[in-house]
Design a protein around this ligand. Structure first.
Ligand code: ZN
Length: 270
């Protein structure tokens, strides 16, 4: 397992809390019934830290009624359930080593056999390396798991300076977890939560130094995976510097166009 995956697992608790807060506070939460007229298939959602990937993934999950598959969740789930793979992962991690690609691949493979993936799924944090991408593509082609569609990748892109503002400007209420931003989403009273008046805090990780490090890791790891799906004609970028509903609409039209293009090329023909 890569260092960043380990970090993703460690910070996943905080991430989950963050998404819950975003969703419960969001006026855009999808409450309508899932759209079952379109077959989304496997969708890899990519995005640098701060682009709003978690929020968009949740929208797509609600919209299409498909699961989100994240390697952090899989690893925690396997360990918690005491599965064979979970026991192996725990043994490796207890000696300070990193869980390797093979173990992560097997966990994903097991997950793809579950029934809720039949109409598609959102892949989050996987495939993270070129080796994982090759494994996933060849496995999907070999197993012909329904839906028999190839992976398409959609990247949410926000300019570097804009992302920096989003992250270093972020302020959080320690009580109700509401999120503000000193550049774009100020509370009514400076430095105080609108709901409970609590003094807002900046998370220790929301600094420029941490951001630069995370961006470097993200770019290094994502570049080969992006190039892989771009070369296969299964990659689209969407502008993440818009209101969340507009980003969602762009993701949906990108997905539609990728599926129209790739419908002629089934996973089995690769
Ligand atoms: Zn609050």
């Amino acid at each position: 397992m890569t260092a960043s995956l380990l970090r993703a697992v460690e910070s996943a608790g905080a991430e989950v809390g963050r998404h819950d807060t975003l969703n419960s506070e969001s006026a855009y939460q999808t409450t309508a019934l899932a759209d079952t007229s379109f077959l989304p298939g496997p969708v890899l959602l990519l995005g640098a830290p701060g682009v709003g990937k978690g929020t968009q993934a949740q929208f797509l999950v609600n919209k299409y009624g498909i699961p989100q598959i994240s390697t952090g969740d899989l690893l925690r789930g396997n360990i918690a359930s005491g599965s064979q793979l979970g026991i192996q992962a725990q043994e490796i991690m207890s000696t300070g080593r990193l869980v390797d690609d093979n173990l992560v691949n097997q966990m994903v493979l097991n997950r793809l056999h579950e029934k809720d993936t039949r109409r598609g799924y959102i892949l989050d944090g996987y495939p993270r390396t070129l080796e994982q991408a090759h494994f996933l593509d060849s496995t999907l082609a070999r197993l012909s798991l329904a839906p028999n569609l190839p992976v398409v990748a959609i990247s949410i892109v926000v300019a570097y300076d804009q992302l920096l503002k989003r992250i270093t400007g972020r302020r959080v209420c320690p009580i109700c977890k509401s999120i503000y931003n000193v550049h774009s989403n100020l509370p009514t009273t400076a430095g105080r939560c609108d709901h409970d008046g609590t003094h807002l805090l900046q998370r220790p990780d929301d600094t420029e130094d941490v951001f630069i490090e995370r961006m470097k890791t993200f770019n290094d790891q994502t570049a080969p995976v992006v190039a892989h799906y771009r070369n296969l004609g299964r990659f689209e970028e969407v502008d993440g510097d818009q209101p969340v509903e507009a980003v969602l609409a762009d993701i949906e039209s990108a997905l539609l166009s990728l599926r129209n293009n790739s419908s002629l090329v089934s996973a089995t023909s690769n």
